[in-house]
Design a protein around this ligand. Structure first.
Ligand SMILES: Cc1cc2nc3c(=O)[nH]c(=O)nc-3n(C[C@H](O)[C@H](O)[C@H](O)COP(=O)(O)OP(=O)(O)OC[C@H]3O[C@@H](n4cnc5c(N)ncnc54)[C@H](O)[C@@H]3O)c2cc1C
Length: 293
């Protein structure tokens, strides 16, 4: 964005999120500032002023100091312990904060081991990783959105603030409807992402492929096998326009093939041809199923 706008409002409380004509929400700005001013946008409303706690494990038995983190809530003590209701990640949590907090808690919650490969799928610089937000990535709804992949795999739910002062919840996997398209209505704000306890306790596996070693993902396959269920939840992103979620019985490669046979809209962009993406997705999903079985 060339910043040819009339101004930026810093949101301090929920009432400040009532958007006026021409206003658009701003999180880290790593995408918004990289594009021309979107048509009709004359001002931005900065979500970071709300100071949302980036990472909360409720029902905790204790409080321990986590690694140094950046972004909203930085410097506050990290809550750790047996999460009874799961993990809440604020939409404004930066990618670096998510990565660092998850690394500190992954010994206790194996599902969080999936955070590192998903963050790596971004190929972000230090500066962008400390600025881009989890919610910004989900709301952007790019097919290769690794935070969408992560959260959809751990069966996370999005908490959405509606303009009338209400709240609605929706599975992250359903929030994305296509490239750059979500179910978010005008004036709705993604407040938080909630990972259920089953997701935190799941075993996970992932595979990523791109045309170049450091390039944008062409295929990202992420999977989770909850401890109490003999079925793997396998999510495909980057090679399809919106997250593809498949529930496959452990070891049932035939069922996985059947599910993939029904996919007809393989994504087509400069990061990979559809037929190649289809073939590579099949190979990588079988590897993930094998690892989780
Ligand atoms: C080097 C680099 C590599 C990148 N790689 C990838 C990649 O691999 N995959 C990928 O998907 N993206 C990638 N991006 C794009 C983008 O920067 C990231 O998706 C980032 O996470 C967006 O977050 P942000 O906080 O900067 O969003 P912003 O740029 O602030 O906002 C993005 C959009 O989301 C909306 N928005 C933000 N937060 C909310 C909210 N809480 N509620 C409602 N709407 C909201 C904004 O209005 C805007 O339309 C990359 C960017 C860079 C610079």
């Amino acid at each position: 964005m060339d910043l040819d706008i009339d101004g930026v409002r810093i949101a301090r409380d929920r009432a400040d999120l009532a958007l006026r004509p021409g206003e658009r929400l701003l999180a880290g700005g790593t995408f918004l500032y990289s594009e021309p001013v979107p048509a009709g946008v004359t001002a931005l409303v900065d979500l970071l002023g709300l100071g949302w706690e980036p990472w909360v494990l409720p029902g905790s038995a204790g409080v321990v100091a986590g690694p140094e983190v950046a972004g909203p809530g930085a410097g506050r003590p990290e809550v750790a312990g047996p999460a009874s209701t799961g993990l809440e990640v604020a939409a404004t949590c930066t990618i670096a904060t998510l990565r660092d907090r998850a690394a500190a808690a992954a010994g206790q919650y194996p599902g969080l081991r999936l955070v590192a490969p998903c963050v790596s799928a971004f190929q972000l610089s230090f500066k962008v990783a400390h600025t881009a937000t989890v919610g910004g990535n989900v709301c952007l709804a790019l097919p290769a959105g690794p935070m969408t992949a992560l959260l959809a795999t751990l069966d996370a739910t999005a908490e959405i603030w509606t303009p009338d002062g209400g709240t609605r919840a929706e599975p992250v996997a359903d929030l994305i409807t296509g490239p750059g398209s979500t179910t978010l209505a005008g004036g709705e704000v993604l407040r938080a992402l909630r990972v259920p306890r089953a997701g935190l306790e799941a075993r996970t596996a992932s595979r990523k492929l791109g045309l170049t070693a450091l390039g944008r993902s062409a295929v990202l396959v992420t999977g989770a096998a909850p401890a109490t269920v003999d079925t793997a939840r396998i999510v495909v992103t980057a090679s399809v326009p919106r997250p593809l979620v498949m529930h496959v019985p452990a070891g049932d490669h035939g069922a996985l093939d059947d599910a993939l046979d029904r996919v007809t809209d393989w994504y087509d962009d400069p990061h990979g041809a559809p037929d190649w993406r289809a073939a590579m997705t099949r190979r990588l999903t079988h590897e993930v199923l094998e690892e989780l079985s």
